[in-house]
Write a new protein. Structure first.
Length: 181
């Protein structure tokens, strides 16, 4: 239960609200005198650091056989909290389409519920290859939008398409598994 991958996922859980604070609470007295661009840089740095922990916790868990039930819960939760913080913060800064964010978050909530249902029925709920691609696409889009780099909006809509498609795959696979029982 107490291992490096779980610790990394827990650290990612803590970084998400801190990043969100940097994006949405810019008028707090602790930020007085700091230009907004520096808050963006700090949020982007936290986001990249947290995203790196996502890679390393999975790599370490698989390589050193440290996969745990807690990790199976913490890792996707930390991913969702991190992307939620990024997307909601960007939407509040008017850098991301509310529709894009709505579609992504609705899919994430629906698939999380579906995964809980699958887990309760004893089915494998590990992330699919497309689920991993979706997560990377979302993280790249958030990074571009945080830094206000060209192409961020296009990357966001690509992430939306991949997110919806991976959601379709989860639903399809869930119904295939449940119809065979």
């Amino acid at each position: 239960m107490y291992n490096v991958p779980n610790l990394l996922a827990f650290i990612r859980l803590l970084m998400a609200p801190l990043m969100f604070m940097l994006l949405v609470d810019r008028d707090w007295s602790i930020f007085q005198g700091i230009h907004y661009s520096w808050l963006d840089y700090a949020a982007a740095f936290l986001f990249v650091l947290a995203s790196a922990t996502d890679f390393f916790d999975g790599y370490i868990a698989r390589t050193f056989n440290q996969v745990t039930t807690l990790g199976a819960i913490l890792d996707p939760l930390a991913d969702k909290m991190l992307t939620l913080a990024g997307f909601l913060g960007l939407m509040m800064l008017d850098r991301a389409s509310p529709w894009a964010i709505y579609l992504i978050l609705t899919r994430e909530l629906f698939i999380t519920g579906l995964r809980v249902s699958a887990m309760s029925q004893g089915f494998d709920v590990s992330a699919s290859w497309m689920g991993k691609v979706k997560t990377v696409a979302q993280m790249i889009a958030i990074g571009f939008l945080l830094m206000e780099w060209p192409g961020g909006i296009l990357l966001l809509w690509i992430a939306v398409a991949l997110t919806l498609y991976s959601g379709y795959e989860y639903v399809r696979d869930f119904f295939r598994k449940t119809s065979t029982d």
